[in-house]
Design a protein around this ligand. Structure first.
Ligand code: NAD
Length: 399
């Protein structure tokens, strides 16, 4: 990442490195949290954008922690959105959030904010352990909900409750899994839908993020975090391509040498910094999904697939060899003023998809079934790793 880009990222977030609680590299450069490097915005991207309606949605934003996630997806720039209220439990974060999006209505907590009848939708960008509880409460209060990943945190019961809440309220729910709009994953999904891949025989996904010292987070939820409690970036490389699910899993881990990842040093009693899951897919295929915190070097969120009609390793290759001239299928247009943003230029697309789904009254791309099929499979994978790789069945969600 260029220094100028890094600077503009921090400026755009209204932050310096100190405010982010980040360190300095050996060369004295500011370090940006992995994944927040901004993609170049294609200035042509909004040219073909057409509004679904001229209505303005009243959106409430919850959470402005270390990743400043509440505003990272660009709700504040969408022509069909008014940010009508904001909240963070921390008064300082709350004030910064309100200032950054020029919103005068603030609430002391998300629980308070969802009582505001004027709000139609809530973005839950709080700490991961609170997503499930707050999303369910907001749905029951009649709001549409977008949630940062994961949908639920380590609890199969919460998963069932969230699924029920979406079905009984009929509100829209979407998890903002950033891998879904990586250019390659988007390309794979469009090819799959067009029938150009056949079924996936084998998929691989990885989320590699070295955390010897965990990012300081609300109540320390990242300390000792079981890797497969955070499985959606990797699992998206199957679920986000086919819309399908994993039915069973055998997962293995290796006891970590990193301090906070020793079971006696974290609240999860988790001994693993890397968990490698082998899944059976709903189409009878296989997937190997990896999450790792304790292996330095080569970081990233990515994946590749081998399907009946060809393989996708950076680009599509069929039995006739690489197809260098095949252009990638373009991602949808973005509303004017909305940037593609971080995590592979995915943020703006996810937010725009959620807003469009509400305005057009249709199911959003990352619906509750896909969100839970991506999340719950990881929770069961961690259970398997704790049982030395025992093959376990995974609950299935289908709308
Ligand atoms: N690529 C990605 O998709 C990606 C990247 C980074 C972070 N995330 C997700 O974004 C979320 C936020 O990350 P973070 O690092 O900023 O978290 P954090 O722990 O630093 O901050 C959470 C914030 O939520 C606030 N909060 C907690 N409960 C609340 C409540 N009931 N009402 C109002 N505010 C409340 C806290 O005060 C805190 O400021 C996490 O869930 C994380 O998993 C996703």
């Amino acid at each position: 990442m260029h220094d100028s880009t890094r600077r503009s990222f921090l400026q755009a977030m209204g932050l310096g490195a100190a405010a982010l609680g980040l360190g300095q590299t050996a060369r004295g450069e500011e370090k940006v949290i992995q994944g927040f490097e901004k993609a170049e915005t294609d200035t042509e991207a909004s040219k073909h954008w057409r509004p679904v309606s001229d209505r303005k949605l009243r959106v409430g934003i919850a959470g402005y922690g270390v990743c400043r996630f509440g505003l990272a997806f660009g709700f504040q720039n969408h022509p069909n959105v008014t940010i009508a209220a904001v909240t963070d439990l921390d008064a300082g974060n709350r004030a910064e959030l309100a200032k950054a999006c020029q919103c005068e209505e603030t609430y002391a907590s998300c629980e308070e904010m969802i009582k505001d009848d004027s709000l139609e939708a809530i973005f839950v960008a709080t700490d991961a352990p609170s997503h499930g509880r707050l999303a369910i409460a907001a749905l029951k209060a009649g709001k549409h909900v977008a949630s940062a990943v994961p949908a639920v945190f380590g609890s199969l019961e919460d998963a069932d409750k969230l699924f029920e809440a979406v079905k009984t309220t009929g509100r829209k729910y979407m998890m903002f899994e950033t891998s879904y709009f990586h250019a390659e994953l988007h390309d794979m999904r469009e090819m799959y839908r067009a029938g150009d891949l056949g079924e996936l025989v084998y998929a691989e996904g990885e989320y590699y993020h070295y955390m010897d010292t965990p990012i300081p987070s609300y109540r320390g939820w990242r300390v000792g975090l079981p890797p497969q409690y955070y499985p959606t970036h990797s699992n998206a490389y199957f679920v986000g391509v086919t819309g399908g699910s994993f039915t069973e899993v055998s997962c293995m881990g290796m006891p970590s040498i990193v301090e906070h990842l020793r079971p006696e040093n974290n609240g999860y009693k988790n001994p693993f910094g890397t968990e490698i899951a082998l899944f059976r897919t709903d189409k009878g295929g296989m997937a190997r999904m990896a999450v790792s915190w304790d292996t330095p070097g080569d970081s990233g969120e990515r994946g590749r697939i081998r399907a009946q009609k060809g393989s996708y390793y950076g680009k599509f290759q069929s039995g006739h060899g690489a197809q260098p001239d095949r252009p990638m299928i373009s991602r949808p247009p973005l509303p004017p003023g909305v940037e593609a943003g971080g995590h592979g230029g995915s943020h703006g697309y996810l937010m725009s998809e959620f807003v469009d789904a509400i305005l057009a009254d249709r199911t959003p791309l990352v619906d509750v079934a896909q969100s839970l099929n991506m999340t719950v499979s990881g929770i069961v994978a961690h259970q398997s790793a704790m049982k030395d790789g025992e093959l376990l069945k995974i609950p299935q969600y289908k709308l």
